[in-house]
Design a protein around this ligand. Structure first.
Ligand code: NAD
Length: 339
């Protein structure tokens, strides 16, 4: 491997993956990112000094842009992290999710095949499996797809396009499906950075419903290690699932953030539940251990403390990413549910 193209590399997982690749390999990295509200070049700060990072501003759905990136950089592999990712936004408007997650992925996949890119990794989510009951066994990779939200449905559709390409054209692609990530550089609309920053700034902590929804939290570093393992060791057409083996209710997460930030518990407010809110996600990591020799390294206890500390010391970053579009979305969304 000489050159890796990471789409969505200015977002949360993408930028952590870029950092991980620059720090742990000798590869050159090209980032293709549309810089939507969720993409921020500050997430890549400091990496330019490596001399191994190139950035192209453009969309995976723009064929001529993707063609020229492949012609200019000739990457050996692509990791597709570019996506619309927030379930709440997909409830309000599903179309951008179809445009990027389904049409964009289909487009870059086809162009990669035409240009003989050696490997394509589709970064997907465990949300494609839908919701578990509290007593159900954790997800396995070949469980059936039952997405609940437009976000999850668009990711499931993209996964099926990737698998169809493998079957029809023999494309050398793999899919990763991971549980909920946390860590540095996550846009403050997702639970952990939202609650952490609000707690640090003395603002309300809006918890959906009764707070009993369960997520299996994984540190983004562990997810990045999994993506690289799938890239290097995964079988053509393989689906690889990763979780942190750290199931927590949202309430437990918020209470721990309150403790770590010394915020008053009175900041917590229960708000109207998200429509179609999945009750529980959980991952059976035994497959990844056998097939990729992968398991999570960071405990939720240590990872959350480290993450809260990162946000505490990066308030300027948070201020910077909260541009006008984010602020108006936030007010529109929580302004309503908080009433
Ligand atoms: N965050 C999680 O907990 C989680 C868990 C499992 C899987 N995933 C998947 O991981 C991937 C990355 O998620 P994230 O949390 O980093 O998302 P994010 O919203 O933080 O970042 C997405 C990035 O994609 C870019 N982007 C959006 N549309 C684009 C387009 N058309 N062309 C090019 N770039 C575009 C954005 O500018 C942004 O930089 C997604 O595919 C998501 O489904 C996320």
């Amino acid at each position: 491997m000489t050159t890796l193209l990471i789409t969505g590399g200015a977002g949360f997982i993408g930028s952590n993956l870029v950092r991980h690749v620059i720090e742990t390999t000798s590869w050159n990295v090209v980032v293709l990112d549309a810089l939507t509200y969720a993409g921020n070049l500050r997430n890549l700060e400091g990496l330019e000094t490596s001399g191994r990072l190139s950035f192209v501003h453009g969309s995976i759905a723009d064929e001529s842009c993707v063609e020229s990136v492949l012609a200019d950089f000739n990457p050996d592999a692509i990791v597709n992290c570019a996506a619309e990712t927030h379930v709440d936004r997909s409830i309000r408007s599903a179309r951008p999710f179809v445009d990027t997650n389904v049409a964009g992925t289909t487009s870059i996949l086809e162009i990669a095949r035409r240009n003989n890119v050696g490997r394509f990794v589709q970064v997907s989510t465990d949300e494609v499996y839908g919701s578990l009951e509290l007593t159900d066994r954790p997800f396995r990779s070949n469980d059936s797809l039952k997405p609940s939200s437009a976000y999850a449905a668009s990711k499931a559709a993209a996964d099926l396009m990737v698998l169809a390409d493998v079957t029809t054209h023999g494309t050398n692609a793999v899919i990763t499906r991971c549980s909920n990530n946390y860590g540095p550089y996550q846009f403050p609309e997702k639970l952990i950075p939202l609650m952490t920053l609000n707690a640090l700034e003395g603002r309300p902590l809006p918890v959906y419903g009764n707070g009993k929804n369960v997520r299996d939290w994984i540190h983004v570093r562990d997810h990045c290690r999994g993506i690289l393992a799938a890239l290097e060791k995964g079988e053509r057409g393989g689906v690889y699932i990763f979780g942190g083996s750290e199931e927590r209710t949202n309430l437990e997460v918020v209470e721990r953030i309150i403790a770590l930030t010394n915020a008053p518990a009175s900041l917590m407010e229960f708000v109207a539940d998200r429509p179609g809110h999945d009750l529980r996600y959980a991952i059976d990591n035994s497959e990844a251990l056998v097939s990729l020799d992968w398991k999570p390294h960071t405990s939720f206890h240590d990872g959350l403390r480290e993450t809260v500390e990162w946000y505490r010391t990066h308030l300027a970053w948070a201020q910077d990413v909260r541009d006008g579009s984010y602020r108006s979305y936030y007010e529109q969304h929580y302004g309503r549910t908080l009433q």
